[in-house]
Design a protein around this ligand. Structure first.
Ligand code: ATP
Ligand code: PRP
Ligand code: MG
Length: 282
C-alpha cells in the first residue's frame, strides 16, 4: 500500500514526524527521493507536491494521501476524508486592500479576484451569486491588488502577518483547512488502510493528553478520584513495601493538568509525575 506525502514545503517535516510517531519509520531516508520504504513491508511512502497529492490518490497511484483540505477541494477530486491530523491549520480568506471600498463580497460584483485557488474561488462566488473574473496566479498573490491586477484576493492566512504586511484586510472567510488523511473511496475498507488510520489517530489523540502518576494514601483514594477529570477511572495499584500507599495512574487533557495537580495535592496526592503520551488507541 502506498501513502502520498508532501515532498517539501511546510507540510513535509510535520508529516514525516507524524509517521515516525505512529511507528511507520522510514527505513531509507526521506530526502530527494520519489519513494521510501517503511518498517512495514506492506507500506511505501510516495513523495509528491502537496497540491498534486489529491490527484495521485484519485488516480490510484497511492491508496492514501496526506495533504491540506484546501488542496483536496481545489483539486475537485472525490476522496474520503478519513482523519483530521490537526496540523497545517489555516483559513482561505477573501481579502482586499485596507484602503479600498471593498467591504463585502457583493462589492466585488464585476471585479477581478486573484488566487492560487481558482476552483474554490469560483465556487465561492457562484454560491454568493456574485459575478467576478478570477485571475489565476502561482505565487505572491498578496501583491496583485496593489498593482491593478486584481481588486481582491483569495489566499491562505494563519497568523495574519502576510495580509497585514501587504495592507490587506479580510472581507470574508472562504473555508477553514487543516491537514487530513485522505483515501481513495475504493480503498477505504482495506485492512492496511484501517491499520494506518488507527496508528495516525493514536498519535493525534495522544497529543492533547498527559499521563499522571502519583502516590496516594489509601484513605485519600476516594477524594483523589473525585478531582480527576474525564477519560474513565484511574488505574490503582499497590506499591511494593508502600504500607497503605497506592500508586494512581490516569490520562487527562493537557489543558486540565495545571488545575488538576493543584487539587490532587490538596487531596493528599504526592510524588506526582506528568509525562507525554506517544500514542493513545481508544
Ligand atoms: N501559513 C500557513 N499556516 C498553516 N498552514 C498553511 C500555511 N500556508 C500553507 N498551509 C498549508 O500547507 C499547504 C501547502 O503549503 P506549502 O506552502 O507547503 O506548499 P506550497 O506553497 O504549495 O509549496 P510549493 O509551491 O513550494 O510546492 C497549504 O495548501 C495549506 O494547507
Ligand atoms: O498568515 P500568515 O501566518 O502570514 O501565513 C500566510 C502565508 O503563509 C503561506 O505562505 P508560505 O509561508 O507557505 O510561503 P509561500 O508563499 O512560499 O508558499 C501563505 O501562502 C501565505 O502567504
Ligand atoms: Mg506556501
Amino acid at each position: 500500500m502506498r501513502i502520498a506525502v508532501p515532498n517539501k514545503g511546510r507540510l513535509h517535516d510535520p508529516t514525516i514526524d507524524l509517521l515516525e510517531h505512529a511507528g511507520l519509520h522510514l527505513t531509507d531516508g526521506a530526502d530527494r527521493k520519489l519513494y521510501a520504504d517503511t518498517v512495514d513491508p506492506d507500506v511505501t511512502v510516495l513523495f509528491a507536491r502537496a497540491a498534486d497529492i489529491p490527484e495521485y490518490v484519485a488516480d490510484g497511484a497511492a491508496e492514501l494521501g496526506i495533504t491540506g483540505l484546501d488542496q483536496q477541494r481545489e483539486s475537485g477530486t472525490d476522496l474520503t476524508d478519513l482523519l483530521d491530523l490537526e496540523f497545517g491549520q489555516c483559513r482561505l480568506v477573501l481579502a482586499a486592500p485596507e484602503e479600498s471600498a471593498v467591504e463585502s463580497v457583493a462589492d466585488l460584483e464585476g471585479g477581478t479576484v486573484a488566487t492560487e485557488f481558482p476552483r474554490i474561488t469560483r465556487e465561492f462566488f457562484a454560491e454568493q451569486g456574485v459575478d467576478v473574473s478570477v485571475a489565476e496566479v502561482s505565487g505572491a498573490t498578496e501583491l496583485t491588488p496593489h498593482v491593478d491586477i486584481a481588486d481582491a484576493i483569495v489566499d491562505i492566512t494563519s497568523t495574519g502577518t502576510t495580509l497585514r504586511m501587504n495592507r490587506l484586510a479580510v472581507v470574508e472567510e472562504v473555508m477553514a483547512s487543516s491537514v487530513r488523511l485522505f483515501a481513495h473511496p475504493d480503498a477505504v475498507d482495506g485492512e492496511k488502510v484501517e491499520q494506518v488510520r488507527t496508528a495516525l489517530q493514536s498519535v493525534v489523540s495522544a497529543k492533547g493528553k498527559r499521563y499522571l502518576m502519583m502516590n496516594v494514601p489509601e484513605e485519600r483514594l476516594e477524594a483523589v478520584e473525585a478531582v480527576i477529570p474525564g477519560l474513565g477511572g484511574p488505574t490503582v495499584m499497590d506499591v511494593a513495601n508502600g504500607g497503605d500507599t497506592l500508586a494512581v495512574h490516569v490520562v487527562v487533557d493537557e489543558r486540565d493538568v495545571f488545575e488538576t495537580i493543584a487539587k490532587l495535592r490538596e487531596e493528599g496526592a504526592s510524588g506526582i509525575l506528568v509525562t507525554e503520551i506517544e500514542r493513545l488507541v481508544e
